[in-house]
Design a protein. Structure first.
Lengths: 241, 241
DNA sequence: CCCCAAGTTTGCTGAAGAACAAAGACCAAC
DNA sequence: GTTGGTCTTTGTTCTTCAGCAAACTTGGGG
């Protein structure tokens, strides 16, 4: 993690290049980025401590600088569903972008996270005055919508094994790190988590993973998954219909 | 249907009040609405003929004036999933709003539909120059996202009976008409359609509906459903977890 | 170093619902 | 009125996967 060793204070003097390569800010000049940074509140979150919770007033919007965030919804029955994962460089909590005034889900850091945030009241300022910010933000909304849509289709048409395989593939494509012998998911993830992403049980996920390990598709240990044969997993995820 | 008896030509001289009560245009004055109407292409679609198809270049965006539209996605395996229904007064095909240049799904009229459409190139003009248009459009995006999210959670956590019940309830809330003895879904809908909305089979939906009819929750005939005890259906939809 | 909590594996059983099958009902067109 | 296509119902069988239960593994904290 880039910033793990740095104190939060350092952000105050951080070079404007910090945001310069992140899509929503890519088109901006240094003075503009400086202005944006001056309005930002940097904050560190430990794994497990919610950044914001479903239903609360959306007072701020966020940018994840480092770490991974899990966006979850909890049903009345206590079931948890993981809606999506946020990776470094992405905006989140942007309820304002879609005309909402409460957060639709809860954001939980999976590991130590470093985030910037701004008051929601700044949203219209950003979209109106910073070139490309609105466009990029809506593109993010579009991508998430597309992903949700795909998952909906999967849930409706695919078997558990295919769904779990796709979830794993999605994770390595969004947040994979090349390692010797394959690609690993670069944040801690449990069978329970995978089952919350796919609408199944940890038991079933465990059985599937064991099976995959036996035929050489993955290698996993506690809270840790390496895909050793991504192609094989793709093939499996497309089986049967 | 309001316009069923009218020719399309009449739109050319339609009063500006036509759009005045529709949310995205609510804040506009008559000259502005006139300008928008002048850019619009009105068109009638018969049930079953696609307005646009998944994957095609998003050359226009649409407003549904009358009728009902079903937005579907088709898998490689040929399975169909109904993503949502559009009712009169709603924008659709607004890929531009979320930074896409192709349509993410196919739009099929369920009954005879009357739509207005504009070239996508006008999108930035509308959002920039017409007060409230952007805000309302993004609110629509937000609502659809919320609905999809809810369905995702349902698919992951609920049983078939609960899912189907909720689908029916959602339909009557979005597109219900009060009739003697209950609320009816005011467009034709088959068991197959309901199963495409809930990820089950027409057989299972048929069994469920028969059961519900027996205990007095609904009354249905060919392509036609009346909910006679909405409260009972809500109770049922919340059962078990 | 040991303990404990969190995470994982595995076996067994049963229920939900899909798949297969076939007949019946309704509607529109001829 | 007849015919054919679409939609619906109902029965039976079979698969998948959730539920329950219990043991095992792992790694961090005291």
């Amino acid at each position: 993690m880039f910033f793990s060793k740095l104190g939060v204070g350092i952000l105050r003097k951080l070079d404007e290049s910090l945001l310069g390569h992140i899509p929503p800010f890519r088109k901006l000049g240094r003075p503009e980025i400086r202005a944006i940074l001056d309005l930002a509140e940097p904050k560190r979150f430990a794994a497990g401590s919610a950044v914001f919770e479903e239903g609360l007033a959306a007072e701020r919007f966020y940018l994840l600088l480092d770490g991974h965030i899990r966006v979850i919804r909890t049903t009345e029955g206590g079931d948890q569903v993981i809606a999506l994962h946020i990776v470094a460089g992405q905006l989140f909590g942007i309820a304002a972008a879609i005309g909402r005034d409460t957060y639709p889900a809860t954001a939980i850091p999976v590991d130590d996270c470093l985030v910037l945030s701004w008051p929601t009241s700044q949203w219209s300022n950003f979209t109106a005055n910073y070139d490309g910010f609105a466009t990029e933000s809506y593109k993010v909304v579009g991508e998430r919508m597309g992903e949700m849509n795909n998952r909906l289709v999967e849930m409706a048409t695919q078997q558990v094994e295919q769904r779990v395989a796709r979830a794993v593939l999605r994770l390595i494509s969004q947040s994979g790190r090349k390692v010797a012998g394959g690609i690993e998911i670069d944040f801690p993830i449990t069978r329970q988590n995978l089952s919350d992403m796919t609408g199944t049980t940890l038991h079933t996920v465990s059985r599937l993973m064991s099976g995959w390990e036996k035929i050489g598709l993955v290698k996993s240990s506690r809270r840790h998954i390496v895909v050793t044969d991504a192609h094989g997993l793709v093939v499996l995820s497309e089986r049967s219909g």
